[in-house]
Design a protein around this ligand. Structure first.
Ligand SMILES: Cc1ncc(COP(=O)(O)O)c(C=O)c1O
Length: 369
């Protein structure tokens, strides 16, 4: 029996190959390699898709988060509250500008940043909260918006994993004051290289980020502050404009696969991520929680049957070396640390066939019996 990959991008590429090649040819013919009309075209299309007036495309999600910190004037002496249950880039953002990341624990059912722990960790120095819509499900936007408003701090969304996810009918990445997306190739909307974007309703923040990404240069050879080269390339703008047209269709298929997993998997050792009411996640990752210390056994069991899985994340961010050196230690975030030992991600990408999904379901159901 053929194996079932955890992720196979080549199936998507095969379908879009000729459309993408002609888009790339246009970039070449127009010599529009860095920024330019294909990047602007994508910015406009993605802004319309999200329902925000401003999208600024950059060269990665990490850069988007970094520029957000700069645009909000966060710096030394400031604290930024983030989940530890995320990809490392969320935590680099405050570090890049000399601020201190303060890690909040997760809710054990939703695996999202826990509002109560955020409240506990707010101090006089707290400038912002970066919430992460982990695995493409939404965090508790109502509560976190409320906390941010009451305490006079910024709410930022890291929507790197949640392109197109809805909360009360509105897209994620449109709730915070200014929000980050990643277009790393494996994301729900992926470039063919590196890419990211910032989305906001705030014209001034958008302008500042637009300037900062290009050497802080409002006019040619004039530089008004410390800037960067974080521009998106023309190729990525062109590829993303092609792929954006398919995003809703792909997300619908991800939801369908998730529904099959949720309805089909019946194994007392396995739990699912709980979603917030009135939200529609986009299953960037479909992870299950495996109890009784059986996670690695299930991983091996599935591997023996040719089924690929992933662990997001084996080491929580607060226990990575740079943060241990700042005093964070095992035991600080018990729910997060438990997840890192119990989470297993199953194959999830829109091109998975029903037959493959059913084979994964049967294999998980056969485990431990
Ligand atoms: C939650 C989260 N934040 C930030 C990033 C960083 O994005 P990039 O890899 O585009 O720099 C990623 C993904 O890589 C991510 O998953």
């Amino acid at each position: 029996m053929s194996s079932i990959p955890f992720l196979d991008l080549s199936r998507q590429t095969a379908r879009l190959r000729s459309e993408i090649l002609s888009a790339l040819e246009r970039v070449i013919d127009d010599n529009a390699f860095s920024s330019g009309p294909y990047v602007e075209g994508f910015e406009k299309a993605f802004a319309e898709y999200l329902g925000v007036p401003h999208v600024v495309a950059v060269n990665s999600g990490t850069s988007a988060l970094h520029l957000i910190m700069r645009a909000l004037d966060i710096g030394p002496g400031d604290e930024v509250i983030i989940p530890s249950w995320t990809f490392i880039a969320t935590a680099w953002a405050p570090m890049y500008v000399g601020a201190r990341p303060v890690f909040a624990d997760v809710d054990p059912r939703t695996w999202q940043i826990a509002p109560e722990d955020v409240e506990r960790k707010i101090t006089r120095r707290t400038k912002a909260i970066i919430g992460v819509h982990i695995y493409g499900q939404t965090f508790d936007l109502d509560r976190l918006e409320q906390i941010a408003r009451d305490r006079g701090i910024y709410l930022v969304e890291d929507a790197a994993q949640s392109h197109g996810a809805l909360y009360r009918g509105r897209k994620t990445g449109t709730f915070g004051v200014v929000n980050a997306f990643s277009f790393y190739p494996t994301k729900n909307l992926g470039s063919m290289g590196e890419g990211g974007a910032v989305a906001t309703f705030d014209e001034e923040l958008a302008y500042r980020i637009r300037i900062l990404r290009n050497h802080a240069s409002p006019r040619r050879y004039e530089h008004v502050e410390l800037g960067y080269n974080m521009r998106m390339t023309g190729f990525q703008g062109a590829v993303l404009s092609v792929k954006l047209k398919y995003l809703d269709e792909w997300n619908a298929r991800r939801r369908e696969i998730a529904r099959m997993y949720r309805e089909g998997i019946r194994n007392p050792l396995v739990e699912f991520q709980k979603e917030y009411p009135d939200s529609a996640g986009v299953y960037h990752i479909f992870a299950v929680r495996v109890r009784d210390g059986m996670r690695d056994r299930l991983k091996d069991y599935l591997a023996e049957r040719g089924i690929g899985t992933g662990i997001y994340y084996p080491i929580p961010v607060h226990l990575q070396k740079p943060f241990r050196e700042m005093g964070w230690k095992a035991g600080d975030l018990p729910e997060t640390e438990r997840l890192s030992k119990e989470i297993l991600a199953l194959p999830m990408f829109p091109e998975l066939t029903d037959e493959e999904v059913n084979r994964v379901i049967d294999a998980v159901n056969g485990f431990g019996r």
